[in-house]
Design a binder for this molecule. Structure first.
Ligand SMILES: NC(=O)c1ccc[n+]([C@@H]2O[C@H](COP(=O)([O-])OP(=O)(O)OC[C@H]3O[C@@H](n4cnc5c(N)ncnc54)[C@H](OP(=O)(O)O)[C@@H]3O)[C@@H](O)[C@H]2O)c1
Length: 219
């Protein structure tokens, strides 16, 4: 995920620093990304960015944020994008159970960081497309965040990639987005035969019972 998203952002002229617990691995990735991407440890990367992407497996969030200095305030004020999914095959249930979502755990582990849940619904290969658009329509990217400025920042990154930001609500709704990913993965890969989750949804006008986007505002 770091490879795919950082490549997009570096191409758009953003300064990128790749951080990893093994700096040598970070250096290889930064070299591959090019466009002046730098590398270092997790704390170096965390402190270098206005926006920080957390792209580790669910089991690693505590260690990664710890090494990034989150408890010491290294991420304070920064936009912290959480793309983490807490699910795995074959069951594709949520490892968070009925407890706090990944995003809420990330927010608790990184005091002062402005957490935005984003980019967790699609495979990393999708985030490499230029642009991620299908049938002439930009891919919708649902975002959940409490901080309006942080949300606007990530919306800009999404738009720059050629995608369309979708408002998913506050961070308390991030768990629903994580569950959506788990559910979709189960439909794609978990059943007796692969299914297309997109087939579950009728076109917008019909799905909303004829209530269009303008009327929705007055509901
Ligand atoms: N891959 C996808 O298509 C996709 C799509 C949507 C969301 N996501 C989510 O995005 C996150 C990253 O996925 P990915 O596919 O990019 O994973 P990945 O390629 O396996 O990379 C994960 C990175 O996390 C690091 N890491 C693992 N445990 C760590 C720890 N305890 N402390 C610090 N770093 C640690 C690994 O570092 P080392 O090399 O040092 O082990 C590795 O560089 C996951 O939560 C996944 O659910 C993935």
């Amino acid at each position: 995920m770091a490879d795919a998203l950082a490549t997009q952002w570096a191409r758009k002229g953003h300064e990128v620093t790749i951080g990893a617990r093994t700096p040598e691995k970070a250096a290889v990735l930064a070299g591959r990304i090019g466009h002046g991407a730098r590398s270092g440890g997790l704390r170096e990367a965390a402190e270098s960015g206005e926006v920080v992407l957390l792209a580790v497996w669910y089991e690693g969030i505590e260690e990664a944020l710890g090494r990034a200095g989150a408890a010491d305030g290294a991420l304070e004020g920064r936009v912290l994008i959480d793309c983490v999914n807490a699910t795995s095959p074959p069951a594709f249930t949520l490892k968070t159970g009925g407890g706090p979502s990944v995003a809420q755990r990330v927010a608790a582990l990184a005091p002062g960081a402005r957490v935005v849940k984003a980019f967790n619904l699609c495979h990393e290969s999708v985030w490499r497309l230029t642009p991620p658009a299908f049938g002439g329509r930009p891919l919708g990217v649902p975002l959940c965040a409490d901080d309006a400025d942080a949300l606007a920042t990530v919306e800009r990154l999404v738009t720059e990639m050629g995608c369309e930001p979708l408002h998913g609500g506050g961070l308390e709704r991030a768990g629903l987005l994580e569950a959506t990913a788990a559910f979709a993965l189960g439909v794609y890969f978990g059943g007796a035969r692969p299914g297309d989750p997109r087939a579950m949804f009728p076109p917008f006008e019909i799905a909303t019972g004829g209530i269009g986007p303008v009327a929705t505002e007055s509901v």
